[in-house]
Design a protein around this ligand. Sequence first.
Ligand code: FAD
Length: 495
Amino acid sequence: PKSRDGYQWTQSTGLIQGVPTLGLIQPSTHFTRNKTYDVIVIGGGYAGLTTCRDLALAGNNVLLVEARDRIGGRSWSSNIDGYAYEMGGTWVHWHQPFVWRELRRYGMMDQLEVSPRKNVEGGAKVTVSLDGEVRHLSHDEEDATVESAFKKFINVDGQFGRSVIPYPHDIEFNMAGVQEYDHMSMADRMAQVSMHLTPLEKNMFEGFLAITHGAKWEEASFFELLRWWALMNYNYPDFMAIGLTYKLRDGQSALARRIFDEAVATGRLDYTFSTPVKDVVDHGHGVEVTARNGVEVFKARRLVCTVPLNVLHTLVFTPALPRLKTDASLAGHVNQVVKCHAEVANPELRSLGATNYPNGRLTYTFGDGTTPAGNTHLVAFGSSLPGVHLDPEQDIQVTKQAFEAFHPDMKVQRLVFHNWHKDEFARGAWEWLRPGMTTKYLQALRERHGNVFFASSDSSFGWRGFIDGAIDDGGRVAKIVHDELRVVRPVGSKL
Ligand code: FAD
């Protein structure tokens, strides 16, 4: 079963749009016309799926309305010859409590696999392009270099950010430090510390950061990095272990599927895929949703909107959304990072780590697995800095060459990717806010608007911008909506 989303290229097939995925839902609709549901959920990413499941399990009749032909939103995997390539959200960790609970719930602990392999005997090590010259480093040297730079960059308070963010899941938005660093851009912070970085540190760390926020330096808030660092235990080894190490063998679509299937099995989740929503009208006694085709109209007592921040302003709400929500969406988060996979016929590249910053169209790559054919799977990221942003499907030879630039002897056999930048239902990758946006907009984005509620990884507390944040926020809103809808039966005081 192939989704319309994503692209695959091999020499023999050329570029093909659409890739196979466990996340495709067929038949694509299952609902009752003219029924008034308890809740409509717009969007079937992790936030929407969690909301649907929790509400359906609690006894509510729910309708999921999703623009795509598949579940998972920005986290989904293409399953090619039984091997998963992660098109979006990938790495998870036991320090991410909400996604970890899901993995336990569905007995998926045996699915965990390690992406980067550093200890392949005789395998490739680290290459760095610096001022046109290629340098070779051991993995330990790479870690020492990036860690040294990272600590200088983060250490605003002599405590590596602890005094600014002592509780990463419950940030004090009025605190002076939070206000100060939220208004600071990555460019501002780099200007403060760059004289303390060696040329190698600067090159490798900037290359790493450029694909962390996926924006121009002056457009990305420094506070978001402080928050990631705090969530990742205020140290570099945990940052790498939590952020870029453990993934699921069958891919994120396998987990998304478990959540969806459990919800459907209640008999209380209906759905309609390939149905982009255009209008939402709150009549006070209930909510009406009209699809983009103008034909389908759905009704419910409450609505949960889980579309990405960058998409919210494309839906028309009556009554209109409060100014702060609309302004936040129009400003948008800034991450337009590029993610691309290659299958290469070089088993020794399983332990490769390579950077090609600032000139590469892809700037960072590492071994992500071994394919069924025994080839190396490399995952690569590109920044969106002016002049180097890559739209991988536009010229596949350019994309192939961007991989080949990492290593002199790279035999690219397959390319797999999803262009999030051009995706009208995402308009970007993982959330990374602009300077000042967290303190100005975050609370407002989370507030209900009459019978309309909002859940998203883009406005969650805690692991905002991650899979965990989506599941956290979906569960939060499901509980609020359920508590409001349920008939409260007082518990008898006499037994
Ligand atoms: P989404 O998944 O975007 O779900 C929103 C849904 O709304 C989508 O299905 C969309 O189609 C739908 N929708 C939009 N418009 C409409 C409309 N008009 N009508 C109906 N439906 C609509 N996180 C991690 O934890 N680890 C990682 O390694 C990681 N890597 C990432 C790499 C990439 C390239 C990307 C893009 C993201 C990554 N993330 C990662 C972040 C993570 O994927 C997201 O934070 C999370 O999946 C977002 O979930 P969500 O439900 O909030 O939003």
